[in-house]
Design a protein around this ligand. Structure first.
Ligand SMILES: [Zn+2]
Length: 204
């Protein structure tokens, strides 16, 4: 079977990368949170925020830093909710507010986001991967990228915008992959079952 000029082995390779990215992120979050169930929720919240706000990121911002901040705030929200819940369960006066874990290790989060983008970029068209790599991961100045690519800065802005849209689509697909079972092998009682849309993602 082929679609859009890609053969099945290329499509399988892209899926394998997406599953790997999901598993990387879930492992990192599970380690940090101490519960895989809660990590699945946090991972899902992270994607919802990224996908719903990615279009608002200014083209002079770097996606890497922005996604790291989104991941950080998602984790902080989670720890806050969790400590509120614990206090409510234990009786408000019995224990001190728990702040432990409220400050996520930024290096860890940056590394996780960086690895995620690093693995996903090669699944995009190379002209998109290249511009995202330079602008959003490495953070080269826009003028330098434009002059090295031989395009105007406004052309570069257009290309970067399209590249981010392609990445957004890819993230949308990653978001639908179960980090525990991959895409195809989920049962109805899986934690991810209620987080997936009814329709499978579009063909790549
Ligand atoms: Zn599953």
């Amino acid at each position: 079977m082929s679609c859009g000029g890609k053969d099945q082995s290329e499509i399988d390779a892209v899926w394998a990368v997406m599953v790997e990215v999901q598993q990387d992120l879930l492992r990192m979050l599970t380690r940090r949170i101490g519960s895989q169930d809660e990590a699945v929720d946090v991972l899902h919240d992270f994607y919802v925020k990224v996908l719903s706000h990615l279009d608002d990121v200014r083209d002079t911002d770097k996606l890497r830093g922005w996604m790291r901040r989104v991941l950080e705030s998602t984790l902080i929200d989670h720890f806050r909710d969790q400590s509120k819940r614990r206090r409510a369960e234990a009786g408000y006066h019995l224990i001190e507010p728990q702040t432990e874990g409220l400050e996520p290790n930024l290096d860890d989060l940056d590394h996780a986001v960086c690895v995620c983008l690093y693995k996903l970029l090669p699944t995009l068209k190379s002209e998109y991967a290249d511009v995202l790599w330079r602008a959003d991961l490495v953070g080269e100045p826009r003028e330098k990228i434009a002059s090295e690519l031989g395009v105007s800065e406004s052309n570069l802005r257009v290309r970067l915008h399209r590249a981010r849209q392609a990445l957004k689509q890819r993230l949308q697909e990653v978001c639908q992959i179960c980090p525990i079972h991959g895409y195809m092998d989920c049962s109805d009682d899986c934690l991810m079952a209620d987080k997936k849309p009814a329709e499978p993602p579009s063909e790549l």
